[in-house]
Design a protein around this ligand. Structure first.
Ligand SMILES: Cc1ncc(COP(=O)(O)O)c(C=O)c1O
Length: 476
């Protein structure tokens, strides 16, 4: 007897057909990007309580149910989705999710998923190669020097990197707790996951000694020495210097090269938060924004931002694998073996115990497209953002405060910029209306509208239509 019932098989087929049709229609820009109904209305429309208690989602009602579910979803595939730094996933990534969901190989122990564990290592090697840290002939070989591990998201990746930095400066911290004389240097607009990680690691968010930033919140490398001297005068030891690559709000990159040289000179751990912007490494046109990685000790890189995978999928990479080995204990060197085995266990290097085979998501995207096409995607999104900036600069009623370095752009609608609240009302109106999805942020206390041009189908016409829509709001 087959373990998959005929009904479940029919359900799966119907879901697949419906999703393909859904993506197709969303990609053609059909309907709204988002319509948000209140929570209880969504729960009732989806008959959650009944289905949860009694079951009954079957082949004969699944299409109606999924239609409702999709109706109340954020339509990432719609070309007018230009909101958060979250991938519009390549459908190949969904296939990886499906396979994992069926076979469920939590592969942090090699024997729990040799294929998935091997894919993770090869994907990590590919990322190390892009960072310039891979030192073998073939991606099938383990690197001599560097290492990395995949995590469920950039927040965990930042935390893992900072634990490694702590182990370096305070080797006994794992056993004895975090000493109270540790500090970090960086801009005060580091992503909140970094600030959280500082508290979780035991330093407290006050341990950040801010380095001055320019008007657009980019770290000023000329102020590093002053901040370093300040730490000395406070009897603090620097655990790490942290760079944004790029900053979440503006998409601008901190000067990695200058910061790295400073760290080298003073023997400091250098961490680069490349959650969003490390993907520039895969395009020859833009990889210069990440210059200086030879000075970096640890870097994070989210695949579920610019590499077209579904959530969650990120990497923490180390230029020296011994540092990774020490992040979560003081025990031995990388890939130590307590038993004879054909592979290796990642468990000693991850905060997570049970871990999905998340490398498969990126592997499937690359296997479908190849690395050059993925690079062209990143390049294209960075380029269109610059094109939008150039066009918007000539619109007298808009202000773009900086030239973009990535696919994130902030701008103001001047007729409604008398206060932050007024500017925010523009974003709220746009989102409520649902024809576009954009975000908003503050730079040095001033509110801006913000787009992340991450959908592969968004074109200049969509961006110009957004501008018209904003104007229309004012005239209402
Ligand atoms: C610069 C930066 N670092 C870290 C993160 C956190 O990553 P995740 O959302 O994958 O946990 C983000 C998320 O937007 C980010 O922009």
């Amino acid at each position: 007897m087959k373990s998959v019932s005929t009904d479940l098989y029919d359900v799966a087929q119907k879901v697949l057909n419906q999703l393909v049709d859904y993506v197709d229609r969303a990609q053609q820009g059909e309907g709204k990007v988002l319509s948000q109904a209140p929570y209880v209305q969504v729960a009732e429309a989806l008959e959650l309580e009944t289905l949860l208690r009694k079951g009954g989602l079957k082949a004969d009602n699944v299409e109606a149910w999924l239609k409702t579910y999709l109706l109340h979803s954020q339509h990432m595939h719609h070309p007018r989705y230009m909101g958060h730094q979250v991938s519009v996933p390549h459908l190949a990534s969904g296939i990886a999710d499906f396979i994992h969901g069926v076979i469920n190989n939590p592969m942090a122990i090699y024997e729990m998923g040799p294929s998935a564990a091997t894919i993770e290592q090869v994907v990590v090697n590919w990322m190390l190669e892009k960072a310039g840290w891979f030192d073998r002939e073939s991606l099938h070989q383990l690197p001599h020097k560097a290492a990395g591990v995949l995590t469920h998201g950039g927040s965990l990746a930042n935390l893992t990197a900072l634990l490694a930095a702590r182990a370096k400066v305070a080797p006994n911290a794992w056993k004895e707790g975090t000493p109270n004389d540790l500090a970090v240097l960086g801009s005060d607009v580091a992503h909140y996951s970094v600030m959280r990680a500082l508290s979780i690691v035991g330093l407290g968010s006050q341990s950040l000694i801010p380095v001055k930033t320019n008007d657009m919140e980019v770290l000023d490398p000329d102020d590093l020495y002053r901040a370093y001297q300040e730490s000395k005068s406070l009897d603090k030891r620097i655990m790490a210097v942290i760079a944004n690559a790029c900053a979440t709000s503006t998409g601008l990159y901190d000067p990695i090269m200058e910061m790295g040289q400073f760290c080298k000179e003073h023997g400091l751990w250098f961490h680069v938060d490349g959650a969003h912007g490390a993907s520039a490494l895969i395009t020859p046109v833009y990889q210069h924004v990440m210059k200086g990685l030879e000075y970096v000790d640890s870097m994070i890189w989210d695949m579920h931002k610019m590499l077209r995978t579904s959530t969650l999928s990120a990497a923490v990479l180390f230029r020296d694998k011994e540092n990774m080995a020490k992040a979560l204990s003081q025990k031995g060197s990388y890939l130590f073996h307590d038993k004879e085995e054909p592979g290796f266990d990642l468990m000693p290097y991850t905060i997570e115990c049970t871990k999905a085979g998340i490398g498969s998501k990126l592997f499937w995207v690359l296997a479908a497209e190849g690395e050059e096409a993925l690079g062209s995607f990143v390049e294209g999104r960075y380029a269109i953002t610059q094109q939008f900036y150039t066009w918007l600069k000539d619109q007298a009623d808009f202000n773009c405060p900086y030239k973009p370095e990535s696919n994130i752009l902030c701008f103001q609608y001047l007729p409604m910029a008398a206060s932050n609240a007024e500017q925010l009302s523009v974003r709220n109106h746009i989102v409520k209306e649902g024809k576009f999805y954009i975000t908003s942020t503050e730079i040095k206390g001033v509110r801006y509208l913000r787009v992340v041009i991450i959908n592969p189908l968004t074109e200049m016409d969509d961006l110009k239509a957004l501008v018209e829509n904003i104007r229309h709001y004012k005239s209402k």
